[in-house]
Design a protein around this ligand. Structure first.
Ligand code: ADP
Ligand code: MG
Length: 695
């Protein structure tokens, strides 16, 4: 419910003076449809106006001239500008209009009259001219502000009109109760909310336009705080959904003993975090993040064994057939040995197999199901599903995850959710995209992994690379060769990859497999399987090699045109090698011919050479992308913040997330006086029905 005090801000912009049918759609498009949206429209710059004369006018600056009108020059040919020649005591000032009516201009500036004109000074034939000047009578001198904010105008909607609308919105803004923590405000010395908005819309100098002014920081923090509150509330809503109490038991102990290794510290911690959730009686929603090879599967297996030990069922869903099979081949025997009956469910089971497996799940005879999309089909029934594990979660839609979760028994409560991702993401993205989930991170790699020696070479040295590749393959190694998708034309990319595969076949005289995005899924999986089973020594691929597939014998990866990949993507690709005990190498080939390497591309490849820590690489990647949105983060669910810049205001976001948790922890229903103020803030931003792209 929206507090009454906010009503004026949630009025339609059409209620403001000067918003007629022509202007309305433009304002709606530019700022939004509500008075609040105008209030939240940040100036993009400012105008400083200085009194000038025709002789001392400074080009490029905005001047105010007191002139008398000399003559109107109506253009002879259509399309040419209308001009008015004016003079002050020192010389001519030419006023120019492209389009517009001569009568109108003549009425505004009658010959012989004195006027104040203002605008950006240009010089043409060494005479001062102003295009589309603002015009005032001499008695209006008070109305001309020396400094004024500039708003992001658009065709048909000038900054001046916007300025007037924003001023009206500002006048409607009520004083609101303070929602920020007092101690925090004292520390930051930020102004109150209303004062911050007033300052936002009244910049005095260029410095006031920067995102780092106290006023803008305050507003950014308010926004981040409101968003984090909305996410924290969703998290709470999930937490108060009852779910089965799951505790470790005999099966968990046997599984742990049966693992051929000791858990790393990071794995132990993740297991402890998951166990705390599973035993809480509240529904778990947890994201397990860790690089490829960080050992997420063992963590998930333990959680599934816990479910079985507590008399429940668990399901592990993988995005591809080959991944599901790999999980089943590895985990199946270990789970069985721990007394946990496990079945595989994919799209390719024979009708007989399928019937038997479905009935084992429905009767509860099987405690764990490992499979693909086949798992959430209607025919699949569980006896008492309590835990859903989603591997490579980004490959599934929200709906698909929910369909699996919906297979629980409503009488035992909600189904716990553990999602896993091999794409480490920076904390800021984690907070905005997964803010409603708890997160565990595997920051440590299992021991015995050899670092991948990474080299950056120009494409011109491809001959050398081929020679080394041949020697390694002769010695029994397997290798990936990645050709990028440049997206200009898939067909030509594919042709390039096919040509490369043919080249390599000819030069190396070995069998070379080819996997690309346009192949039918089954065919691609067959090639991948041949490679995984060691039947193919070399695999050329255009698309990202199947995430998560483990081929320990593959020790070399060559990436062509590495400069065309993103940092995180290169890291993902490289993660495909270095999975066994043998030394591995990754060769990043850049450019074609003598092409140099751009600054950002160089930094990217250097970062990759320096570190293999996925979280560090993710932070660096995020930083290198800068404040813009070149990767389409917005489309991928990144909220369209008005004030906050996730990169610049990173530390504010972290603080806001902590603050939101703290506030809701202390006062879950927001009934204290701060709680009430906080609700006003939430309503002010209203993340539920915001602009497209927002949350
Ligand atoms: P991912 O996080 O990519 O899913 P996996 O779970 O497939 O990683 O683990 C990668 C490999 O590391 C597997 O072969 C697995 O058996 C092994 N592994 C996992 N945990 C450990 C550990 N603590 N010590 C040694 N090897 C481990
Ligand atoms: Mg995995």
């Amino acid at each position: 419910m929206r507090p009454q005090i906010l009503f004026p801000l949630f009025a339609e912009v059409s209620t403001l003076k000067g918003v007629g049918p022509k202007v309305l759609p433009l304002v709606q498009k530019l700022a939004g449809g509500l008075v609040r949206d105008l209030l939240f429209l940040s100036p993009s710059g400012l105008i400083v106006r200085r009194p000038m004369t025709a002789t001392n006018a400074v080009e490029g600056q905005v001047g105010i001239f007191e002139v008398s009108i000399d003559r109107l020059i109506v253009p002879g040919k259509p399309g040419a500008p209308i001009k008015v020649r004016a003079t002050d005591d020192t010389g001519f000032v030419h006023l120019i209009w492209f389009g517009g009516s001569a009568q109108h201009i003549d009425r505004l500036l009658p010959k012989g009259q004195r006027r104040l004109v203002s605008g950006k000074v240009e010089r043409f034939n060494n005479e001062v001219q102003i295009v589309h000047p603002d015009v005032y009578g001499l008695d209006q001198a008070d109305e001309i502000a020396a400094v004024e904010p500039v708003y992001p105008a658009t065709q048909g909607l000038t900054s001046r009109v916007l300025r007037k609308l924003v001023q009206q919105a500002l006048a409607l803004a009520p004083d609101l109760p303070e929602w920020q923590d007092e101690a925090w405000l004292a520390k930051t010395r930020w102004p109150g909310w209303r004062a911050a908005l007033a300052a936002l819309h009244a910049p005095n100098s260029e410095m006031d336009i920067s995102p780092d002014t106290p006023a803008r920081q305050r507003l950014a923090y308010d926004e981040l705080f409101a968003h984090q509150l909305a996410l924290a509330r969703r998290r709470r809503a999930r937490q108060i959904t009852p779910a089965p109490v799951i505790q470790p038991g005999e099966a968990s102990r046997l599984l742990l003993e049966g693992l051929p290794f000791h858990l790393t510290g990071a794995q132990q911690q993740a297991v402890a975090e998951i166990r705390r959730d599973l035993a809480s009686g509240e529904q778990m929603g947890r994201l397990l993040q860790g690089d490829v090879g960080s050992g997420k599967t063992a963590v998930a297996a333990l959680a599934m064994a816990d479910a079985a030990a507590s008399g429940f069922q668990a399901a592990l869903m993988a995005p591809t057939e080959i991944l599901a099979r790999q999980h089943f081949q590895r985990l199946g025997p270990m789970l069985e040995a721990a007394g946990v009956a496990t079945v595989l469910l994919t799209g390719r089971d024979t009708p007989g197999e399928r019937r038997a497996r479905l009935s084992a799940l429905a009767s509860g005879e099987a405690a764990v199901a490992i499979g693909t999309h086949a798992l959430f089909q209607d025919a699949v029934r569980f006896d008492r599903l309590a835990l859903a594990v989603i591997d490579e979660q980004h490959r599934f839609g929200v709906n698909e995850r929910q369909r699996l979760q919906a297979k629980g028994d409503p009488r035992t409560g909600g189904v716990h959710l553990l999602t896993m991702s091999a794409t480490p993401i920076p904390r800021t993205l984690e907070l905005t995209q997964y803010g409603e989930l708890e997160v565990s991170r595997l920051t440590e790699k299992p021991p015995g992994r050899t670092p991948v020696a990474t080299a950056v070479l120009p494409l011109a040295r491809i001959g050398e690379v081929a020679k080394r590749l041949r020697a390694a393959i002769d010695a029994g190694a397997q290798a990936y060769w990645i050709c990028p998708l440049v997206a200009e034309s898939e067909a030509s990319d594919l042709a390039a990859a096919e040509a490369r595969a043919a080249d390599l076949r000819r030069i190396l005289k070995i069998e070379v497999g080819l996997a690309h995005g346009q192949m039918p899924g089954a065919e691609r999986e067959a090639v991948m399987a041949d490679f995984a089973d060691g039947r193919l020594p070399l695999l050329v691929a255009t698309t990202v090699v199947e995430v998560g597939v483990d081929v320990p014998n593959a020790t070399i990866m060559v990436i062509e045109h590495a400069d065309r990949f993103g940092l995180a993507q290169l890291h993902q690709l490289r993660g495909r090698v270095g999975r066994g005990a043998k030394t591995s190498a990754c060769i990043l080939l850049y450019g074609g011919g003598d092409e140099g390497l751009g600054e950002t591309a160089r930094t990217r490849l250097e970062t990759l050479r320096r570190t293999e820590d996925g979280f560090e690489i993710a932070e660096e990647d995020f930083r290198l992308r800068g404040g813009g949105d070149p990767l389409g983060l917005r489309q991928s669910g990144f909220p369209a913040y008005r004030f906050a810049d996730p990169i610049r205001h990173r530390s504010l976001m972290l603080a806001a997330a902590d603050d939101a948790r703290l506030v809701l922890g202390r006062d879950p229903d927001l009934t204290s006086s701060r709680g009430e103020a906080v609700r006003t803030l939430e309503a002010l931003f209203d993340w539920r029905n915001d602009r497209p792209g927002a949350d």
